[in-house]
Design a protein around this ligand. Structure first.
Ligand SMILES: *Cc1c(COP(=O)(O)O)cnc(C)c1O
Length: 444
């Protein structure tokens, strides 16, 4: 593991109160021009970044345990990525692949075919955002099967566009008053071991029974599911749940669509989260970790399904933009060359035992879960499983004020997720975990 830091260094360093004076000034300015509908988050304005460190406009060095929501998995300002992007910008920035194509798009699709699960023939289509990829996966699934119904699960998050809002479970803040929503979307219970106590096969049987009785197997175009639920709370389904659903789709002429937008690209310790259980989806959606921070998303799937779409049925002005495509190629190469999947498993081996040690010791810690470098703690009211969003908020604030950037999640707003860049050093990771532990212990 060689990480070259050029200027920023590796230590967290807080030199002002957070947010600092310059950040506060920018935040006032923002209020005049940026819609107040966007999350305010923690208003620390970033000037540059390197590795796992973000440098804000006041000169504070923050430790990044969020990777911009699982995006900068290879780290910030990685030389291989910077060089690839700069070279492509100088060559050309856009032609529109539908007008005059270029090699970088094709190469990304070749890489997607190589790294996604299964060794069947695959093709891909590229888009700009995760939501756009999910929408297109639904379009493709409906066309290829000639059916309408899309099955999703509790706690699902698939995006904020009209169709993906319908797929997303949580009302606030994603859906509230933004309807009406797209029809032919059906929601069934997921597997949430901490809260339902069911085995994977039992949770799958419960979901399948509901699909068969309320939707009808013959009407289902696809089950669209995150193999580990992201925004919903990093819910890892019980073993056997995903394989049973995949098996059911196969038997009933429906498609299994894995939304690997947050879990994909080595984040969980394998190239894709479904790889942990040997599930081979018909279609896979990817985005976040794919292009090192450049906007790029994809639908990849069985060639006969992807190619069933009539010519011109898929596309978009910017989808597969050459600069984003060059970034993806550099990102995938970096993941392969530096074996970042192994690195994600190493992060798990350090972080999970430390977090698990809090279970039973600290009353607000209800559950600790996750895979690889996608880990979360679910906070509850001590002695119960009642969600504790107030403690969660206080913990996030404690950490960010000390220069450790972490993000909350969960349908009940009561989980803190850790999504460090995979190149984070052991020293940085342990430092961040110590601050997180201090935050948790400060609550009780
Ligand atoms: C983030 C996310 C999306 C939406 O991606 P955008 O790029 O924000 O549109 C969809 N599905 C999952 C699982 C995600 O984590």
């Amino acid at each position: 593991m060689v990480v070259e830091y050029r200027t920023v260094g590796i230590a967290r360093q807080v030199v002002t109160d957070l947010p600092g004076p310059k950040s506060q000034e920018l935040h006032e300015r923002r209020k005049q021009s940026v819609s107040h509908g966007l999350t305010q988050g923690f208003p620390v304005y970033i000037d540059r970044a390197e590795g796992a460190i973000l440098v804000d406009v006041d000169g504070n060095h923050l430790l990044d345990l969020g990777s911009g929501i699982a995006v900068t998995s290879i780290g910030h300002a990685v030389p291989a990525l910077v060089e690839a992007v700069q070279a492509q910008v100088a060559d050309f920035t856009h032609t529109c692949f539908m007008v005059t194509p270029y090699l970088e798009y094709v190469e990304v699709c070749e890489e997607l075919a190589a790294v996604t699960p299964g060794d069947h023939a695959k093709t891909s289509a590229l888009f700009n955002s995760g939501a756009e990829a999910v929408e297109n996966a639904v379009k493709i699934a409906r066309l290829a099967t000639g059916r309408n119904a899309i099955v999703v699960v509790d706690h699902a998050y698939h995006g904020r566009t009209n169709l993906t809002m319908a797929l997303t479970a949580k009302n606030m803040p994603y859906k509230d008053r933004f309807g009406p929503f797209a029809p032919e979307v059906y929601r069934v219970p997921t597997s949430y071991p901490y809260r339902d106590g069911l085995s994977g096969p039992d949770a799958a049987a419960r979901a399948i029974a509901l699909i068969e009785s309320t939707v009808g197997a013959q009407n289902v175009a696809a089950i669209v599911i995150e193999p580990i639920q992201g925004e919903g709370g990093f819910i890892v389904p019980a073993e056997g749940f995903l394989p049973a659903l995949a098996e059911w789709t196969k038997k009933n002429g429906a498609l299994f669509v894995a939304d690997e937008i947050q879990t994909g690209f080595t984040r969980t310790g394998r190239w894709f989260a479904v790889d942990h259980e040997g599930v081979v989806p018909d279609l896979v959606t990817t985005a976040k970790g794919l292009a090192g921070g450049m906007p790029l998303a994809a639908v990849t799937g069985r060639a006969e399904i992807m190619n069933a779409v009539h010519e011109g049925g898929l596309g978009g002005t910017y989808g597969g933009n050459p600069v984003a495509a060059a970034a993806a190629l550099a990102t995938i190469r970096t993941m392969r060359d530096q074996n970042l999947a192994e690195r994600a498993r190493h992060i798990e081996s350090i972080a999970l035992p430390r977090l698990r040690a809090l279970l039973g010791d600290v009353g607000i810690v209800g559950d600790v879960r996750g895979r690889g470098a996608m880990l979360a703690v679910e906070f509850v009211v001590p002695g119960s499983d009642t969600p504790n969003p107030a403690a969660t908020k206080a913990i996030v604030e404690y950490c960010t004020k000390r220069g450790v950037v972490i993000i909350s999640c969960g349908t009940f707003g009561n989980c803190v997720r850790l999504l460090p860049p995979l190149i984070i050093t052991d020293e940085q990771l342990n430092d961040g975990l110590s601050v997180f532990e201090d935050a948790i212990r400060s609550i009780r």
